[in-house]
Design a protein around this ligand. Structure first.
Ligand code: NAP
Length: 483
């Protein structure tokens, strides 16, 4: 689907409006909307808070002179309009009633109650519908909502403040402050956009943190979650001030539980087989409570457990220009490895300077395939077989000096694009990673070959050698997703 430069500009504006709800919309998604007629913006809106009108309705209401004004207009929304009755009536119906001519959305709503039905309803009413404009930005803006809708658990972002040599605290537990004031301010903005901030009992004991948003203006404080198997949080801990605390424990220590409940804390008993808190169960519980994004700010031990148990989706690492030395505490408390093949692989999605420090954001390779459906793996494997068959077919006809390379090229191309589409659907960061770029490069080479037609041996052998080299590249390259 092709979009004009004006389409891009209006959707970029809608995303800008959606970002105004960064700290307030949860459990709802952040959504912005722009209504355009005759090339002019006639209405804008964004979703501010659950229970208040959705962005589309806000934008319709904002049109000066309302009434017939939206007739024939184009509407840009960052998320598919809803088609069901929730706290507010369906936005799809409001847009149909307003008589709009065209709807452009950045992404489909992953909410199973909507999932394409909003677009279908608008298309059935004769409205021209287009989807996918700036979809990656919209997905990233609502990564927590997408995660909760598709996996039933929030997106967990693990924040660490470390020295350049990867140390997070002295051995005596002192860690304040490793990063500078700009990085700490930035971290408060990440807290503010999170529905929950999570830490471990070790950090509560050593740092006595408040876990509140203080440096950034917000109307909402996140839920504070403490992982504390034996309910050892001191009843006078700063984290308990102001309430909104959930303590996840593994055992019910009657008197201690009563003291903490007396301070307003809620206690959730979620034991695992080792007598600690079942971290995955905790994430599912948070998902049930409408928590979209979690910011974990814990010490080495809990960070390690979260990583090992597959609970981490993204790392947010601040690195300060200092060296603390090997004896200090590290970031993740991971077990020693005998071979490099066992390393945890990451894809860096952003790096930038914040004051004197560096901010690095990375996603976990294992965690980034976060959308799935039954049979996706089988489908990808069948497409891979077709892809290889296409390559073999081209080889055979070229070696035999026969025609038909184009047909085999088409098989290779269509199957390759199918693999890209399925991978990109599963992973919102796909096109920013080597994996996506590598596959696109390969597809482009096949296109070149098909355009060239058979018989041009040098190019054919080049493509063949390229594909074979990639297929036999060492594990490290394969992990980098280059094929
Ligand atoms: N630089 C930074 O970004 C940063 C951020 C936060 C904290 N820190 C520093 O980190 C230090 C504290 O680190 P820490 O490792 O002692 O504390 P922590 O990671 O905050 O908490 C450790 C505790 O978490 C619990 N835990 C771990 N895995 C668990 C699991 N699967 N289920 C349930 N509970 C689990 C364990 O308690 P149980 O034994 O009771 O189960 C463990 O003692 C402090 O010095 C603090 O200053 C640094």
């Amino acid at each position: 689907m092709s979009f004009s430069a004006a389409d891009h500009a209006f959707m970029a504006r809608a995303l800008q409006l959606a970002r105004r709800g960064l700290y307030s919309t949860s459990p709802n998604p952040r959504v912005g909307c722009v209504i355009v007629r005759d090339g002019r913006v006639i209405g804008e809106g964004w979703h501010e808070r659950a229970g208040l009108p959705h962005a589309e309705v806000e934008a319709l209401n904002a049109i000066v002179g309302a009434g017939e004004a939206a007739k024939g207009a184009t509407v840009y929304v960052t998320l598919e309009p809803c088609s069901h009755f929730g706290r507010t009536p369906p936005c799809a119906d409001a847009l149909i009633a307003a008589g709009i001519a065209r709807l452009v959305v950045a992404m489909q709503d992953p909410n199973p109650l909507v999932a394409g039905q909003g677009l279908a309803r608008l298309a059935a009413a004769g409205i021209e519908v287009a989807s996918g404009l700036l979809g990656a930005d919209a997905t990233e803006l609502n990564i927590g909502f997408v995660s909760r809708m598709t996996r039933g658990r929030p997106w967990l972002r693990l924040k660490v403040a470390a020295s350049l040599d990867g140390k997070t605290a002295l051995n005596n537990g002192v860690s304040q402050w490793i990063t500078g004031p700009e990085a700490r301010l930035d971290a408060h903005a990440w807290r503010a956009r999170s529905c929950a901030v999570l830490t471990g009992i070790g950090t509560v004991r050593d740092d006595n943190p408040r876990l509140t948003v203080r440096e950034v203006q917000t109307t909402r404080q996140p839920l504070k979650v403490v992982i504390d198997s034996r309910l050892e949080t001191p009843p006078d801990a700063a984290v308990l001030e102001g309430g909104k605390v959930l303590i996840a424990a593994a055992q019910d220590h009657g008197a201690r539980a009563a003291a903490l409940q007396g301070r307003g804390a809620e206690i959730a008993l979620l034991p695992n087989a080792q007598g600690k808190v079942a971290l995955d169960d905790l994430l599912r519980e948070l998902g049930r409570r409408g928590i979209n994004e979690v910011l974990a700010e814990a010490g080495t031990r809990l960070n390690g457990s979260l990583l090992r148990e597959g609970c981490v989706d993204e790392l947010l690492i601040y690195q300060a220009p200092m060296l603390i030395g090997d004896a200090a505490r590290g970031m993740f408390g991971l077990a020693e490895l005998a071979e490099l093949s066992g390393v945890t692989r990451l894809d860096i999605i952003e790096r930038r300077a914040v004051g004197a420090d560096f901010r690095i954001r990375a996603v976990l390779r294992e965690a980034d395939d976060h959308r799935d459906f039954p049979g996706r793996g089988l489908l990808i494997n069948l497409l891979r077989i077709a892809h290889i068959a296409g390559l073999a077919g081209i080889s055979a006809v070229v070696l035999a000096g026969a025609g038909g390379a184009r047909n085999w090229g088409a098989v290779m191309l269509i199957s390759g694009l199918g693999i890209v589409a399925l991978d990109a659907w599963a992973n919102p960061f796909y096109f920013r990673q080597a994996k996506g770029i590598g596959t696109l490069l390969k597809v482009a080479l096949v296109l070149l070959l098909v355009a060239w037609e058979a018989g041009r041996l040098p190019l054919f052998w080049f493509v063949l050698a390229f594909s074979v080299a990639l297929s036999h590249a060492p594990g490290r390259l394969r992990h980098r997703g280059l094929f």
